[in-house]
Each structure stands twice: as structure tokens, then as C-alpha cells.
Design a protein around this ligand. Structure first.
Ligand SMILES: Cc1cc2nc3c(=O)[nH]c(=O)nc-3n(C[C@H](O)[C@H](O)[C@H](O)COP(=O)(O)OP(=O)(O)OC[C@H]3O[C@@H](n4cnc5c(N)ncnc54)[C@H](O)[C@@H]3O)c2cc1C
Length: 371
């Protein structure tokens, strides 16, 4: 006899935990299956911890919708529960006249997405806000901030558990099959079991495609490819030069080598974009040369030998460097996409997934209730 449960969420990252919380609060009986021995050890522990405003994404994309809604929901959530965060604001900086020309487009895109308005800064305002910057122009985004993402995840976990959800750690989902009105999962690990559920949310981040490809009864043509885009970070030794987040005008595949602060006041630069064939969390120290060059475009006084290799996060991209069938949006497939009642697969949940987590959770609940 298989174990039985109403709803399974695979993955205890920030998005899986937000979904589990939402589903448990809707009255469902929820179990979270997590391959590792703790919450948030994968991409959710390897990001910039920035609360994004929703500026750059194409209008009406899921990223634009969820980031703008998620930004507001997250600030409210953090305020109500005393989750450490700071609404620092960010400067988007242009380092050439060509880039200055592109700032107007960024401002329009943000307005079209419904993000809080970006303000153009004068030269004197820039030097007053950030005396160490040397740039040709800048926009100010007031609703960008930083967050202690681990505290956020603990809060999601706690609220999910308060509503009856359970987490099974060291429980890797190895595969499954879609049956009549239920989905059966093969769960490995020490307490290996077969688990029947009525609803399955696959929120396994870098593992989502692997699980979907091993779900018998799900058409493999619905499963997008997975490409790994490493984002390397370097940390700054010594005093932080900036009071706000500093972002250059975006580059292909990422947001440019930006400067962020964490809640402990540490300045870090990155992430860059390095395509990889496998999951590899090592930072190649030689990439530091590119960081010095990129940062000195807006902070010429960056001292020699002040950067140290930091850490790596890996973006689960649906298209590689050559492009492909999928664009760069989140891909969330519910029953209307794959015709399987009770199943939601989340793919490509790269940035701004942390910011969007509460909005994604709302959307997943809608998908299940419609299906
Ligand atoms: C470099 C980088 C910088 C980023 N910066 C930001 C930012 O500043 N702001 C922002 O909003 N977003 C940012 N993001 C995006 C954000 O980090 C992610 O969208 C978010 O962490 C994804 O959470 P998740 O729960 O989907 O995935 P994950 O955190 O990867 O969690 C997935 C979980 O599934 C588990 N799992 C995998 N396979 C299995 C299996 N077979 N069985 C059971 N469990 C399994 C894993 O162990 C893991 O715990 C960034 C991302 C990257 C890569």
C-alpha cells in the first residue's frame, strides 16, 4: 500500500516554500519533498538577495507581472513579520552617451510594467547620493531593496508548518507516473517510498526538468531544455564605497556586473554570465580581471587586489547562448497546458524568482483550482 497525501511540493527553495505555505493556508494537506537535509541550499542560497522592482522584463511577461506584484507583497510581508530587509533604492548607471540614450527606454519599460516610477538623476544628485561614482547619467529606482532571504524562507516554512505542512528532507524524487485521478511518486533516500498524491507541484529549480522527464504520462514535448548560466560573484575587501545598489545598464543574459550590499554590509559584485555544461559552483579567480574592468567603468577608484572570489549561483535557463524555442520568461505549466489534472511544473525560475515568490505562489494556487 502506497503512502497517500493530498498535495506534494517538490523543492524547499524560496519558491517551493512560498507555494507550500500558500497551499497549506488554502486548507490542503501538504508535504514538501526535499532532496537535501535543509531548506534553501540551492539557488535560493546563491543569489543577490535583491528585492527587484520589475523594471526590465517585457510587458505582460510572467516575470514583469510577478516581480511587480511580488515586490509589493514582499515588502508588506517583511514589514508585518519583521523579516530583515532594507529598501535601499538603486541607481541604474550609464557609462557612455549610448547608454545614457538607453536610460529613457528603461524608464518607459518600468512604467509599462507598473513598477514604481524611476527618476532621472542630475549630475549633482548623483554625486550627492554616491560620491564615488563616475558616470554619464543615472536613474533612481526607489522600490529596489535587499533582504535576508534565509529569514524569509524560515518564515515561509514556519507558516506552512503552522498550517499543517510537513517537510521530508533527504527525500529525492526519482520519478513517478500519472494515474487515474492521482500521481504516484517514487521517493528515494533513507525512507524510500511510493507516494500517491492528488496534486503535485514540481518546484525543484535546477532539478525540475529531470523530474518532469521521469514522470510517466507527461508528454516529454512539454518539458523545456535546461541550460546552466553560472553567475559568479566577487566580494570587496574593505569599506563599502556605495550607499545604494549600483547597476550598470543590462547586458545579454544578466543584469551586468552590479554592486550590491547584503544585510551584513558586505559589498559584492556580480553576477556575471558564464555558460556551463554542468552544475559547478566554483569561482574561477581569473574571471576577476573582467570584474575589475566592468566595475571601473563606474567606479574608477576600485583599488587593485581588493576583490576576492565569492560564490556562484546558477540560472536555470530555458535557452542557451544561441537562443532557442523558449524566451527568457518563467515557464509555469498547469493543467490547461499539459492536460494533467493537479500537476504544476515550474521551469526557468531564475531572477526575479525570490522577489516574485509570493506572487508565484498565488498563481500556482489559481492553476490548481482552475484545473
Ligand atoms: C546568480 C543568481 C542571482 C539571483 N539574484 C536574485 C535576486 O537578487 N533577486 C531575486 O528576486 N531573484 C534572484 N535570483 C533568482 C532566485 O534566486 C531564484 O528564482 C530562486 O531562488 C528559485 O527558488 P526555487 O525554490 O525555485 O529553487 P531552488 O532554490 O533551486 O530550490 C529547489 C529545491 O529543489 C530541490 N530539489 C531538486 N531536485 C530535487 C528532487 N529530485 N527531489 C527533491 N528535491 C529536489 C533542491 O535541493 C532545492 O532545495 C537569482 C538567481 C541566480 C542564479
Amino acid at each position: 500500500m502506497n503512502e497517500q497525501i493530498q498535495t506534494v511540493v517538490i523543492g524547499a527553495g524560496v519558491v517551493g516554500l512560498a507555494i507550500a505555505r500558500k497551499l497549506a493556508m488554502s486548507g490542503r494537506e501538504v508535504i514538501i519533498l526535499e532532496a537535501e537535509d535543509a531548506i534553501g541550499t540551492a539557488t535560493s542560497a546563491r543569489n543577490s538577495e535583491v528585492i527587484h522592482a520589475g523594471i526590465y522584463y517585457p510587458k505582460d511577461s510572467l516575470k514583469a507581472r510577478f516581480c511587480v506584484a511580488g515586490n509589493r507583497a514582499l515588502y508588506q510581508y517583511c514589514n508585518e513579520r519583521a523579516i530583515p530587509h532594507k529598501r535601499l533604492g538603486k541607481l541604474i548607471v550609464a557609462t557612455s552617451q549610448d547608454e545614457v540614450a538607453s536610460l529613457a527606454g528603461i524608464q518607459e519599460r518600468a512604467a509599462a510594467n507598473g513598477a514604481e516610477a524611476l527618476r532621472s538623476l542630475s549630475k549633482s544628485e548623483i554625486s550627492e547620493l554616491e560620491p564615488n561614482l563616475s558616470v554619464a547619467g543615472a536613474l533612481f529606482s526607489p522600490s529596489t531593496g535587499i533582504i535576508d532571504s534565509h529569514s524569509l524562507m524560515l518564515s515561509y516554512q514556519g507558516e506552512a508548518e503552522d498550517h499543517g505542512a510537513m517537510i521530508a528532507f533527504m527525500s529525492p524524487v526519482e520519478g513517478g507516473s500519472i494515474g487515474e485521478g492521482r500521481i504516484t511518486l517514487s521517493v528515494g533516500g533513507d525512507a524510500a517510498m511510493q507516494l500517491d498524491c492528488l496534486e503535485l507541484v514540481n518546484s525543484a529549480g535546477l532539478g525540475a526538468q529531470g523530474i518532469a522527464n521521469r514522470l510517466q504520462g507527461l508528454s516529454p514535448v512539454t518539458v523545456p531544455p535546461l541550460h546552466f548560466a553560472k553567475g559568479n560573484y566577487f566580494t570587496l575587501a574593505g569599506k563599502t564605497p556605495f550607499n545604494h545598489l549600483i547597476y550598470p545598464v543590462p547586458v545579454a543574459g544578466g543584469l551586468g556586473t552590479h554592486s550590491t550590499l547584503d544585510m551584513g554590509g558586505q559589498t559584492k559584485f556580480g553576477p556575471d554570465v558564464e555558460w556551463s555544461e554542468q552544475i559547478d559552483y566554483s569561482v574561477d579567480p581569473h574571471r576577476g580581471d573582467g570584474f575589475y574592468a566592468a566595475i571601473r567603468r563606474y567606479w574608477p577608484d576600485l583599488p587593485d587586489n581588493s576583490l576576492q572570489p565569492g560564490y556562484v549561483g546558477i540560472r536555470p535557463k530555458l535557452a542557451g547562448p544561441e537562443g532557442g524555442k523558449y524566451d527568457s520568461d518563467f515557464l509555469i505549466q498547469g493543467p490547461s497546458d499539459h492536460r494533467i489534472k493537479g500537476l504544476v511544473n515550474l521551469y526557468g525560475i531564475e531572477s526575479p524568482g525570490l522577489t516574485s515568490s509570493l506572487a508565484i505562489a498565488d498563481y500556482v494556487l489559481e492553476q490548481l483550482e482552475q484545473g
